[in-house]
Design a protein around this ligand. Structure first.
Ligand code: MN
Length: 699
């Protein structure tokens, strides 16, 4: 590449269409980017810095505002240099920082796109991500410049990948927002890389056409104009040669050879009035034979976006077909008004005023949609505005509603994954499960077989799938636990009977009690719908009143944890104070010590570098220290009452302090030794029922 756009040239270009552009801002960006990229070089051998400047140059051709130009100059600094978001925000303002972030995010997606992912999805994703269309414009200009310099890349595989991506994703995006010139250049460059032979033969054939008689397009165009003028019809005629890729596409679609494909030229005839359109059509058909089946009258029947014109193809003198569109000046202005114009700097208005909300863009895009399919696609796109797109570590795209959390993400991937979620890494950082996901986030779900859906998730999940999975699990779990509890009580009851139970006694009892099955009996027992005596009578008539053995008492056991190598040292985390019954996870840090945390502990977010161990309590685990926050009313004897309740519940206070005093309430933090989660819950319930206690919670 020869000439690199200089600082003053770039600024001149911007000032030519926007005299009010912030020159100092542009200068600052130029210097900042040059310093940041330093000695980096491109595959071409040019200083890397030439790339962002050229990208900015492309955008000046589109007459974009100074913020967009500055964004283009800075677009690779966050990704490829030591520059930070904070620096950019400080030096160039929040808008530019946000735009640069947007482009950086798009580039990251691009980097991930090596693996299989539907181009269609990616296109939608990129559109959804570009909540400010300027982000997309910078990205497209970036891609265009990379395509212009593609031949410098040595690896053919890499060149082909970039070219294919451009063809599948970026060229259609450019088309979508009305950047036809950009689309054409991208397609031509990509086509050249992807189908070098086809490109060469089409280029050769086009050259031959040119060699046949100078500028054929102008000659034929002039001929058209003169023919109309002969009949006193004044018309402006514009001609263009179709570009190689569109010629090739036609050849591919219609299974024809270049020789058969003779319409490589298209002409536009622009006249003053509607009547003149039909007159011009008549004159053209009179002079050159029309190609059957190619005539369309979009004036009497406009396209649904309002497009009007007459389309026809005729066989020109040299047996060459040409395509002709005929329209009046008003129709022409309407057809030419592209979305891009919307973004261009206009009449001294700062672009922030010009900037319209997405939905207005959408209306604009809809205006330009050519077919119902396209409309449908755009309508779907509108839906994506309240959607976000996140990635699995393998690059699979997951669509979620805005406000979705890692738990929603996990359930969207698979129900089994959601059920076992204990933590999540977003972009490599461990985050709390209630974190809101953002577009482009890469989400890794950390799982544990000990985990189950948590009722607390219902407070933050937003997807129906997550919500219903948690609800279903909670319902089933409650039932399972109730039945299990019922069995325990039942065994006790049976143990207290004066004689061993006959094999068929249970079945008889269920019938006698008019219950459906064993589960129903156990639920009835657990929920205290059936008294012990009623059950005993049903099992063994006449047994009530005889000697009944007392209930056995629980035995205190030590802590054991499943999932650890026996003998390995671990400690219960002092941030969340796990007790048996809590769902737990282990963090193994570099120094090999294992910290056991409650799943859902906020401190897990700091476990970025730690290994996550899937843990569960041993069956006989008993005993732990729970940290409570108890708010007492300022009444005489309140503290004594609390101590009394704890004592009666068999819970030992190991630490107590007054956290703060607020008028008539005293907040205490206390560490209490309990057996397990069930014990703790009973304890909290007893505290809450006390007169002196305003509230009691686990910390
Ligand atoms: Mn770039």
């Amino acid at each position: 590449m020869g000439h690199m756009l200089r600082q003053y040239e770039l600024i001149e270009k911007v000032r030519a269409y926007d005299p009010d552009a912030d020159e100092a801002l542009l200068n600052r960006a130029y210097v900042f980017s040059m310093k940041a990229h330093g000695a980096q070089v491109r595959a071409s051998g040019d200083p890397y810095f030439s790339h962002p400047i050229e990208v900015a140059g492309i955008l000046t051709d589109l007459k974009l505002d100074d913020e967009t130009i500055v964004t283009a100059i800075l677009h690779d600094t966050i990704e490829d240099t030591v520059a930070t978001h904070e620096q950019i925000e400080k030096l160039f303002g929040a808008n530019v920082a946000r735009l640069v972030d947007g482009v950086t995010k798009l580039s990251k997606i691009e980097a991930q796109s090596e693996n299989e992912r539907a181009a269609e999805n990616l296109r939608k994703f990129l559109l959804a991500l570009s909540d400010d269309i300027r982000v997309l414009l910078v990205k497209l200009a970036d891609r265009l410049h990379n395509m212009r310099t593609l031949h410098h890349i040595k690896s053919e595989e890499k060149r082909r990948r970039i070219a294919k991506e451009t063809m599948d994703i970026y060229a259609p995006l450019a088309e979508r927002i009305g950047m036809y010139e950009m689309m054409t250049e991208m397609q031509t460059l990509a086509f050249k890389e992807l189908e070098p032979d086809a490109f060469a033969s089409i280029a050769r054939r086009l050259d031959q056409l040119h060699a046949g008689g100078g500028d054929l397009v102008s000659r034929i165009g002039l001929g058209l104009q003169l023919h109309l003028a002969d009949h006193e019809l004044e018309a402006e005629v514009m001609g263009r040669e179709k570009h190689p890729f569109s010629i090739w596409k036609k050849m591919a679609e219609r299974h024809i050879s270049f020789e058969q494909l003779s319409d490589v030229m298209a002409f536009r005839v622009i006249v003053d009035k509607v009547e003149d359109c039909y007159q011009a059509l008549g004159l053209i058909h009179e002079r050159w034979p029309m190609v059957p089946g190619r005539f369309k009258d979009f004036i009497s029947t406009p396209k649904r976006n309002g497009y009007r014109s007459l389309h026809t193809s005729v066989i020109h003198d040299s047996k060459m077909r040409i395509e002709i569109q005929i329209r009046d000046t008003a129709m022409h202005a309407q057809a030419e008004r592209g979305l891009a114009a919307h973004w261009a700097y206009k009449e001294g208005r700062p672009v922030d005023d010009v900037k319209v909300p997405w939905i207005e863009d959408l209306v604009e895009i809809l205006d330009h949609a050519d077919s119902p399919e396209e409309l449908l696609e755009h309508t779907r796109m509108a839906m994506y505005q309240d959607r976000i797109f996140a990635f699995t570590p393998k690059g699979e795209l997951i669509q979620l509603p805005k406000g979705a959390t890692p738990v929603d993400f996990a359930y969207a991937v698979h129900t089994a994954l959601g059920d076992k979620t204990v933590g999540a890494k977003v972009n490599g950082r461990v985050v709390p499960l209630r974190t809101l996901l953002d577009n482009g986030d890469q989400v890794e779900i950390l799982i544990s077989d000990a985990q189950h859906p948590q009722p607390s998730w219902l407070r933050f999940v937003v997807t129906g799938k997550a919500r219903s999975s948690v609800r279903r699990f909670v319902r089933h779990k409650e039932r399972d636990e109730t039945i299990e509890l019922g069995h325990k009580i039942y065994d006790e009851i049976v143990g207290r009977l004066p004689a061993p139970l006959a094999a068929e006694a249970l079945g008889r009892a269920i019938k006698k009690l008019k219950l459906d099955d064993v589960d129903a009996l156990m639920i009835g027992i657990a929920r205290k719908r059936l008294t012990d005596e009623a059950v005993m009578e049903a099992l063994m008539p006449g047994s009530v009143g005889s000697d009944i053995a007392p209930r056995p008492s629980a035995q205190r056991q030590a802590i054991s944890i499943k999932g650890l190598t026996p003998g390995v040292a671990f400690s219960l985390a002092t941030c969340c104070h796990p007790i048996p019954g809590d769902r737990i996870v282990g963090l193994r840090r570099e120094d090999e010590s294992i910290e056991v945390h409650v799943i859902g502990c906020d401190q897990l977010a700091s476990g970025v570098d730690a290994d996550w161990l899937d843990l569960a309590w041993g069956d006989l685990s008993d005993g732990g220290t729970a940290r409570l926050c108890v708010i007492l009313r300022d009444v005489a004897g309140a503290l004594g009452e609390m101590a009394g309740i704890l004592g009666a519940q068999g819970a030992n206070i190991v630490n107590l302090h007054l956290a703060h005093r607020d008028g008539s309430f005293h907040t205490f933090h206390l560490d209490v030794e309990v057996h397990d989660l069930g014990h703790l819950h009973a304890l909290l319930a007893a505290l809450r029922s006390a007169e002196a206690v305003s509230s009691a919670e686990r910390l």
